[in-house]
Write a protein that binds this ligand. Sequence first.
Ligand SMILES: Nc1nc2c(c(=O)[nH]1)N[C@H]1C(S)=C(S)[C@@H](COP(=O)(O)OP(=O)(O)OC[C@H]3O[C@@H](n4cnc5c(=O)[nH]c(N)nc54)[C@H](O)[C@@H]3O)O[C@H]1N2
Ligand SMILES: Nc1nc2c(c(=O)[nH]1)N[C@H]1C(S)=C(S)[C@@H](COP(=O)(O)OP(=O)(O)OC[C@H]3O[C@@H](n4cnc5c(=O)[nH]c(N)nc54)[C@H](O)[C@@H]3O)O[C@H]1N2
Ligand SMILES: [Mo]
Length: 913
Amino acid sequence: MRLEVDGRPVDVAEGSSLLAAVEAAGVRLPTLCHDDRLTPSGSCRTCLVRADGRVAAACVTPATAGGTVETGGEDIAALRRDAVEIIVSALPPGAVDGTGSELARLCASLDIRPGTAAGTPGRGRDTSHPFVHLDADLCIACGRCVRMCSEVQGTFALTLTGRGADTVVAPGTGGLWAESDCVACGGCVDTCPTGAITEPGPGSGLTSATPRAARPDTVRTRTTCGYCGVGCTLEAVTRDGELTAVLPARDGPVNRGHACVKGRFAHGFLVSPERLTEPLVRRNGRLEPVSWDEALRRVADGVRQAVAEGGPDAVAAISSARATNEENYLVQKFLRVVIGTNNVDNCSRLCHSPSAAGLTAAFGHSGGTDSFDDLERADCLLVVGANPAEAHPVVGARLLQRVLHGGARLVVADPRAVGLAQHADVHLRPRPGTNVALCHGLAHVLLAEGLADEEFLTHRAKGLPELASLLEDYRPDRVFELTGVPAGELVSAARIYGRARRPAIVYGLGVTEHLHGTDGVRALANLAILCGAVGTDHGCGVIPLRGQNNVQGASDMGALPDFLPGYGRVADPGARSRAEEVWGASLPERPGLRIPEMFAGARAGTVRALWIIGEDVCATDPDSNRVAEALDVCPLVVCNELFLSGTARRADVVLPAASWLEKDGSFVNFDRRFQRVRPALSPPGSARSDFDILHAVARALGADLGCPAPADALEECGRTAPVFAGVSHTRLDREGAVPWPCPDPGRPGEAKLYRESFATPDGRAHLAAVPYLPPGEQPDDDYPLVLVTGRRWAHYNSGSMTRRSGNLELASTDWLDLHPDDAARYGVGDGRPVVVESRHGRARLIARIGHEVSPGEVFCAFHFPASGVNRLTSGHADTVTSCPEYKVTAVHVAPALPDSADTAGTHGRRGGR
Ligand SMILES: Nc1nc2c(c(=O)[nH]1)N[C@H]1C(S)=C(S)[C@@H](COP(=O)(O)OP(=O)(O)OC[C@H]3O[C@@H](n4cnc5c(=O)[nH]c(N)nc54)[C@H](O)[C@@H]3O)O[C@H]1N2
Ligand SMILES: Nc1nc2c(c(=O)[nH]1)N[C@H]1C(S)=C(S)[C@@H](COP(=O)(O)OP(=O)(O)OC[C@H]3O[C@@H](n4cnc5c(=O)[nH]c(N)nc54)[C@H](O)[C@@H]3O)O[C@H]1N2
Ligand SMILES: [Mo]
């Protein structure tokens, strides 16, 4: 619609505010209570305009077609100035003086002198939280922080308390900020216009709205978060080569100005005194600092010897899902071209390899079927075995808003009462390891109640007769016996999904990390296929919440034993010859070893050189006592690391690596978007990027990997893999995010897949008639409880980075959740140390009694390697992909003895050889 602003015509969308119209006309008004990310509140009265002759607050007044708006008159400008002046006058002296806040900038522009601030100080400070400090004296009760916390983050941790001029923000729980529900997303810090809520330290007062010119001594580097797979766009602010703050980018395609406690705040690790700054080599059983030349020589000699003794297949590498695409590309090229083996894998093996296998079999491509943005239109979210509120907080927040304000119905399937479950229409609580039966139960109801899409099934899918006959065995009453989910709840959930107009499935490790994880993915994909909710406008498909920042990319780049870049099979001569042409080398045709096979090979003496890049396998791989044995007997273990991890401590050569804030390249996020990673800092000491280390090791072996810069590596990758041919650094710099498949530099990538046909050989979606089979571990009299392992919000995987940041103050230990009945039965007290024992090992944790877990089940994370959680987990793994069964381990729990004699295990230094 069209209206007039200061005599000029302006077009805005229906439903826009006067503020939007004024801004479209290029006029800037003071807007102290307004933030584009939030619903307007109209409380500060600083955006006053004259609309059709009447004075109105522009942010809350709807624009009307044909209306006239005046912003420029002296009277109205004076009203706005008065509004600001009244707000400022209530603040104590110094409130706008040199703070650089939005309010201070506004005062400067309106010529309101700092001395105007003449209120009485003394409303108090709260500095209890490591990342969020409150100075109540500076609060103007604009409510932006409160709305940010409820409307964007969905935590509802903040409230306005007090009356009149004394109204201030406070944690809703009443006490200290550190004891509140705050999950430190940083949203309140970022929106606060006055500096009342700030991040302590050098970033104090900086927000994503601070203009560059306001801090000319700082540099801002736009990059992609290096923690989880959400792919938040962040701005790293540096001054004199030191990190000042990390701010969410307002125009980040996934995060839109939001972030979480990890990306926003967990960067203390960068300057930890424990950062590795020089190479280490083992001499007489001890790791000692050496020059790069010497370290590289030791690697090259060891690799040559391994090849001499056992051929190229005696060498293996674990590539890093923390590292860039370009680094992963070089790792697999190094193994295939320089060594001549396919022994390369990445931690997607431990995580979403069942997604890759299951989604490829069902639909054709190894990734989620739809873009995350599509979920904005979903009217039903089926969240299975994922806890995005803690593990993917920015996604979790957007899903929650979709439920709270977008009208989407929510079904959560998780044995635990996880964050989103509180808001679910139906919360299904299957016994761990029973997803296949649960999904078949849902599918049974879809068919029985005529909720399937016959047309879609006839024209676009395959396998219905086989599935339908299998599903006869999965009536709700039988599914109750298998899963523990009451029939009524199963039926309700199926109806919600089956009757939705645009249903979406989002899932996580609760589906994949099982003995039958790939079957779990396929059984879940069945639901979308039955309802025609994938590859159509009807639904939003199936989206795995992939884990590490670049776990999608590491696999996309071919850091896998059976796939070349872009998922050409190594066993396929056509795919091999395409890569051979680009690389000018002939490639090994036998698929290589998977991670667990590498360890088995080391124990058996067939793997004689193992290069581990950015993965703490001794902490995070299952049955870690056996992993340690493998490293101890392998003649050469090389480890690229930021820290002397448990794995690095067992290595023969440790190479100091740059972190995500210190390097150049790209990541692929969970919904297949390539995004740029840019160095904001130099690595410490002589640490180098994994990219440079790869080149250096190749050179030490007399080889040249080509592609001198990361941009060259991505370009070369595009030549071997047509699906990435249209992606390049220049394009990413220009467009921000580009999803794959993207074969053409001149055309957009495909965010939503399979509109015309599926990428399977016959172009159809494939239903899977796989029967439910029980998990690998079962409780018995000796190990009566089922342990589920997973994540906590404040720490990340091995915790190597988050434990070396203020996050340690937010959670200082790993604890074991158990139900009050079990606590009573096993004599365990809340907050007391417990010993957890499985058939494979023993761990020591702190008990936390509560109702998040069901009786008979216990839960813990694995963020503190010293607790030994992965000594408990078994060697059972997905029968298709070898993804470990981290989610089901039979354990026994007992109170710990007062001394620590029972922390048995094999952590610590590797003995002399
Ligand atoms: N804060 C934080 N964020 C992270 C990480 C981190 O360590 N910390 N790690 C990142 C990585 S690498 C990954 S892969 C992702 C993982 O993200 P998620 O997949 O969300 O993480 P998990 O907590 O491991 O597991 C998810 C849920 O599965 C449930 N579950 C277990 N067994 C079953 C089952 O049989 N059926 C069903 N339906 N549910 C089950 C668990 O109770 C748990 O709540 O998170 C990423 N983000
Ligand atoms: N019990 C249990 N265990 C699990 C899981 C579970 O649910 N339960 N989940 C599994 C899953 S899904 C995953 S993904 C794995 C994760 O397991 P890991 O990959 O081992 O864990 P991370 O802590 O992410 O990082 C590994 C190491 O990389 C280093 N690092 C970080 N950035 C870089 C870099 O750029 N270069 C180099 N060279 N090093 C870097 C870090 O310091 C850290 O020591 O854990 C698995 N383990
Ligand atoms: Mo993961």
